[in-house]
Design a protein around this ligand. Structure first.
Ligand code: DC
Length: 225
């Protein structure tokens, strides 16, 4: 008898809604692989900036994205992202690269260059993939789709505390404005905008701990398994 394919879980939502934490905890709990697709857009943003490209130049940035040797690694230090042998996992985690990622994510050429790679990672099942267009474009047939949301104020508060913990000198007001601007760019773009799939379950993490949200999501997994 064939073993049934393992569930594929898509988690979408705006910046700092808790998607990464939730996807990681869920993958750990289920023994699934965690795939952070935002890291791919961040690497493209970083590499395009390093190459001195105009981040609005679709054909040039798309060609750069298509030529990257992207690869994920699951190590004791968590999920890592590589371009060839270069581990870029730490270099992509800052506000400048985040903004560049949001800029290049607008370009259809970049989205097309990253699509097959993401689909191949999801094909075998047993994955939790997070991003902005996973349930709507990348894994339209995912067995469970979650749209994880939280108020802009709450997301800005989380981001502010993270940045302060890293020693960055930022103001909460500025972080809130950045979050609102990023939401507008991610939701307003023509190519694969951030939106809630018709068949996604909306989960709101405002005022809740990751453990509380995980309990709700695990109940949804249970119902689909
Ligand atoms: O989740 P994140 O902040 O690491 O994502 C960085 C940027 O990449 C974000 O502004 C939107 C974009 N992104 C996207 O357009 N589609 C995805 N599947 C993942 C991220």
């Amino acid at each position: 008898m064939n073993t049934p394919p393992k569930l594929t879980i898509a988690i979408d939502g705006p910046a700092s809604s808790g998607k990464g934490t939730m996807a990681r905890l869920l993958a750990q709990k289920l023994g699934f692989s965690y795939i952070d697709t935002g890291a791919l857009y961040r690497v493209v943003g970083l590499r395009a900036t390093e190459a001195g490209l105009d981040l609005r130049d679709g054909p040039a940035v798309g060609a750069l994205a298509a030529g990257l040797a992207l690869r994920f690694g699951w190590t004791s230090a968590g999920l890592r992202i590589y371009d060839g042998e270069a581990d870029l996992s730490d270099a992509i985690r800052n506000e400048v690269v985040g903004r560049a990622a949001s800029d290049v994510a607008v370009l259809p050429e970049v989205r097309a260059a990253l699509l097959a790679f993401q689909r191949a990672l999801g094909a075998a099942g047993g994955v939790v993939m997070d991003g902005r267009d996973i349930g709507t474009v990348v894994l339209k047939d995912a067995g469970l789709k979650i749209y994880l949301d939280a108020s802009a104020e709450e997301r800005a508060g989380r981001r502010f505390r993270e940045l302060r913990a890293k020693g960055e000198d930022v103001e909460q007001k500025t972080v809130l404005h950045e979050i609102i601007a990023r939401d507008a760019q991610d939701k307003g773009r023509a190519a694969a905008p951030l939106l809630c799939a018709d068949d996604a379950v909306v989960v709101d993490s405002t005022g809740r701990t990751p453990e509380e949200v995980l309990t709700e999501v695990l109940a949804l997994v249970e119902a689909r398994s």
